[in-house]
Design a protein around this ligand. Structure first.
Ligand SMILES: [Zn+2]
Length: 212
C-alpha cells in the first residue's frame, strides 16, 4: 500500500513534469490536487515565469479547429485513451500522451499542454468535465483512432481527420510541413503508419520533407 508520503511525492513529481511542459497553475492543481500557491512556490519562484493568458475553454474547440489541429488532437486523444486502458492514472496518461505528441510533431507545439488537458477532460469526463462529451473511435476506412462527439458512430462514408489529411497531403504544403519525416515516439502503430504514409506521398521531396 502506498503511504501518504508516497502519494504526495508522486503528486509533486507529476506537478514538476506538468510545469516543465508549460502547464498553468490551475491545470497542475486540477491534475495533482496541490494548491496553486504551493505549485507556484515549488516550481515558479520567479513570478514572471508563470504561464499567463486565457485558459483554453470548452470541448467545442475541437469541432471548430482546422484539420491539422484536429489531427494533432487525435494523436493526443488516442494515446491518452490507450494509456488509460493500460491502467495509467489520468495524470500520467496526460503527461505521456503529450510527450508522445511532441515527439511526432514540429516544435513549437500547436496544441498546448493546457489544451490537451482540456481535451482529455472531455474524453474521460474528469477534471473540467462532469461527463464525457468526446470519445475516441476507430476509423473503418484507414484504421486510425480519432476523436468525435460522444454518440457518433464511425462510418465508412464519413472521412475521419486522418483520411482527409491523407487525401490533401499531396497538394497541401502546409500539411506537408506540419509533420516531421521520421516520427520516433511510441504513438499507436496505426497512427505512426499514417504519418509514414503521408511522407511517402510527398510529391517533390522523395518522401523526405525535412530535406526542404
Ligand atoms: Zn480514416
Amino acid at each position: 500500500m502506498p503511504t501518504r508520503g508516497d502519494r504526495h511525492l508522486r503528486a509533486v513529481q507529476l506537478a514538476k513534469q506538468l510545469a516543465t511542459l508549460g502547464a498553468r497553475l490551475k491545470t497542475i492543481h486540477f491534475v495533482t490536487g496541490i494548491p496553486p500557491r504551493q505549485v507556484q512556490n515549488l516550481f515558479f519562484p520567479d513570478a514572471r515565469s508563470i504561464p499567463r493568458g486565457r485558459a483554453p475553454d470548452s470541448a467545442e474547440w475541437y469541432h471548430n479547429a482546422n484539420l491539422i489541429m484536429r489531427t494533432d488532437a487525435c494523436l493526443i486523444g488516442a494515446k491518452y485513451r490507450q494509456l488509460r486502458d493500460q491502467g495509467f492514472t489520468a495524470g500520467e496518461a496526460l503527461v505521456f500522451a503529450y510527450r508522445a505528441y511532441q515527439a511526432v510533431t514540429m516544435s513549437p507545439s500547436r496544441i498546448s499542454l493546457d489544451r490537451a488537458f482540456n481535451l482529455v477532460s472531455y474524453i474521460d469526463g474528469i477534471w473540467l468535465a462532469s461527463a464525457p462529451t468526446l470519445s475516441v473511435l476507430t476509423c473503418p476506412v484507414c484504421g486510425c483512432e480519432f476523436i468525435a462527439a460522444v454518440g457518433t458512430v464511425a462510418s465508412p462514408s464519413e472521412a475521419c481527420p486522418f483520411c482527409k489529411l491523407l487525401e490533401r497531403f499531396p497538394v497541401d504544403h502546409r500539411i506537408q510541413a506540419s509533420y516531421p519525416s521520421r516520427p520516433t515516439a511510441d504513438m499507436t502503430d496505426r497512427q505512426l503508419g499514417m504519418l509514414a504514409l503521408f511522407h511517402k506521398l510527398s510529391p517533390d521531396t522523395g518522401g523526405d520533407i525535412s530535406a526542404k
